[in-house]
Design a protein around this ligand. Sequence first.
Ligand SMILES: *[C@@H]1O[C@H](CO)[C@@H](O)[C@H](O)[C@H]1NC(C)=O
Length: 248
Amino acid sequence: MSPPPSQAPQAEPTRKTMSRPLAAGAIILCVISTIANIYIFNSFAKQPKILTFRNMVELRRPNQFIGLERVEMHPEARPILIYPSLLSQIDHAEPYRVYGDDPDKFAAWGGLVAPEDRQFKVTPQISTITEFQAIDFKMENCELTLIMPPNFHPPDTSRRDVLDIWILQVSHRLDIGTLSWHNRPKRIRKIDSVSMANPTNYTYKFGCPLNSLHAFEFSAGNHATYLEWSQDFNNPIPAVVMIQLPST
Ligand SMILES: *[C@@H]1O[C@H](CO)[C@@H](O)[C@H](O)[C@H]1NC(C)=O
């Protein structure tokens, strides 16, 4: 039996002791930095406003066409059909009701409506509000258009539907999640009263500078008006749309 290897003498653990003034300095530094952190945290918390998803509508849109004015344009740009960015109802009888575009509501409404499809409805109590944004370069002539099928109503001469069309005052995009009769945008003026007894394709022309917003209200022109359709994104007839035409 070999003797166990002799144990190496244990190395004395080296232990550096911090000098007292240095330790005191470190503690003071910690305290100062903690105070600074609290101060910075508080000063951020005091900032007036943190943007949420709902505030996004207030953001300014940057110009996405930088330098495009130097490009030679095709002389015959084709008209563009713009689907409403918002089409929703407000109800005089239920002033706080928000129609919104919640898919669940659409599901309740027959379950057959695709998310891009929107309801148009006008009765003496209910108006439809629509909003369009003109975002195409040098396409600053616009037309609000009602595209109607030739046989919209069954042959019935007693119909007396009249649509009043209003321009609304909007400074930033409307929020479909909060829009109700109570907070509806102000009417600027009535554009027209259109008989829908025998509907035709109605057009209203207006100027639409780049990135401008345009909102309209369709309301009942008399107590007999009752119009309703589901607007199909892929086959917009009947539909409210905007046509954007080239400008020079
Ligand atoms: C309106 O225009 C659409 C397509 O542009 C057309 O199919 C429809 O027949 C027109 N409606 C009327 C009432 O003329």
